[in-house]
Design a protein. Structure first.
Length: 357
């Protein structure tokens, strides 16, 4: 939302963001050229009693706001927003784009019937639906009967500097994400790293992201004692530290399941660092031959478990350094997803639904 808004402002558009905050009164601010309206969430014992979440009650907040204001186009980043835009347009034309940020899976809605109704209402009235990856586009049409426009999440490549030269004697493998979640693949990565250490003794592994201490201990227990000092948990850290970490890394790895895209891989490529990812979700949309390696995750129920496959993929990624043009090739791949390339596609959608030229 923030990057899209900044891009649109840079292109001369007038942008208003509606969002929420836990409590208090409405706030209106100007930030980065955008008007940001923060309205308090609708929370009460009644809503909790009937199991209605703040994401769902935001529908009412958004509906009220859209009935009070008129815009040439509305971009909805969640299906509650889209449902509100549909209802607001029943008596007055309010064209909107609905963006599906995850991978839509019908079985999820068996236990969330209200979300199912909200999603279908939003899909039915959208001028355009945007999905982020081929698998999301496929699932939306197959399981929900809705066609979509595929626009991968753009990456601001200018925020990441190309780094030439890596320490291949002590190669740093970098993993970014909330590896406290089993689906992210922390266990399979740690076991694969143990296999890597037997072939590349100088290798080290760094995790960036929220990982509870209990999970860190669990992951370390999968390693032999003599290699545990070669694993470092950096914590969440700061966003501005990431470019330097990508530049230090020899490989960035994302072995997760059900990722709708995989922005960390793009960011890594922008710094000239090749990537390894699972052949699952939206990750294959990014990783192509010559800049990274995909591996079959094995189990796709709760977490990946193909240890040998991940280990082989990491070793294959190390072999990519035989080509001195590797960093530049990685950077070129990332530039295909830059805002300068993909941003205009959003503008095309807005022009189409608003009738402007």
């Amino acid at each position: 939302m923030n990057e899209l808004s900044r891009y649109l402002v840079s292109r001369g558009h007038d942008v208003t963001i509606l969002t929420s905050k836990p409590s208090g009164t409405e706030e209106i601010a100007q930030e980065d050229g955008c008007t940001i309206v923060r309205r308090p969430q609708m929370q009460s014992r009644f809503w909790r009693w009937i199991r209605v979440s703040p994401e769902q009650t935001f529908l009412l907040t958004c509906l009220q706001f859209l009935r009070q204001h008129q815009f040439d186009a509305v971009h909805c980043l969640y299906f509650s927003d889209g449902c509100a835009a549909r209802l607001a347009g029943l008596f007055r034309r309010r064209p909107y784009v609905l963006q599906i940020n995850g991978i839509p899976v019908a079985r999820h809605f068996r236990f969330h019937p209200l979300d199912y109704v909200i999603l279908h209402t939003a899909l039915a009235g959208a001028s355009h639906v945007v999905t982020l990856s081929e698998i999301a586009e496929h699932n939306l049409e197959k399981e929900f009967g809705s066609k979509s426009v595929l626009i991968s999440p753009p990456c601001d490549v200018t925020q990441f500097q190309l780094k030439i030269g890596r320490d291949l004697e002590r190669p740093m493998i970098f993993a970014v994400g909330a590896f406290g979640e089993p689906r992210k693949g922390g266990r399979v990565l740690m076991q694969a790293f143990q296999l890597i250490k037997k072939k590349v003794p100088g290798a080290n592994l760094k995790f960036s992201g929220d990982i509870p201490e209990s999970k860190q201990s669990e992951l370390l227990s999968l390693l032999q004692d003599q290699w545990r000092d070669d694993v470092e948990f950096l914590g969440r850290g700061k966003v501005e530290d990431l470019p330097d970490l990508y530049g230090q890394a020899v490989i960035t790895v994302l072995p997760s399941l059900f990722d709708s895209f995989g922005m960390v891989l793009l960011e890594s490529l922008a710094c000239g660092t090749p990537v390894v990812g699972s052949r699952h979700g939206g990750i294959p949309d990014i990783v192509e031959e010559g800049v990274g390696v995909l591996f079959d995750p094995g189990s796709t129920e709760t977490e990946p478990d193909n240890v040998a496959g991940l280990s082989e993929a990491l070793l294959a990624a190390l072999d990519l350094y035989e080509d001195p043009k590797l960093p530049c090739r990685c950077r070129k791949r990332a530039e295909e997803f830059d805002w300068a390339v993909l941003g205009p596609r959003y503008e095309e959608l807005y022009r189409d639904i608003s009738g402007s030229t």
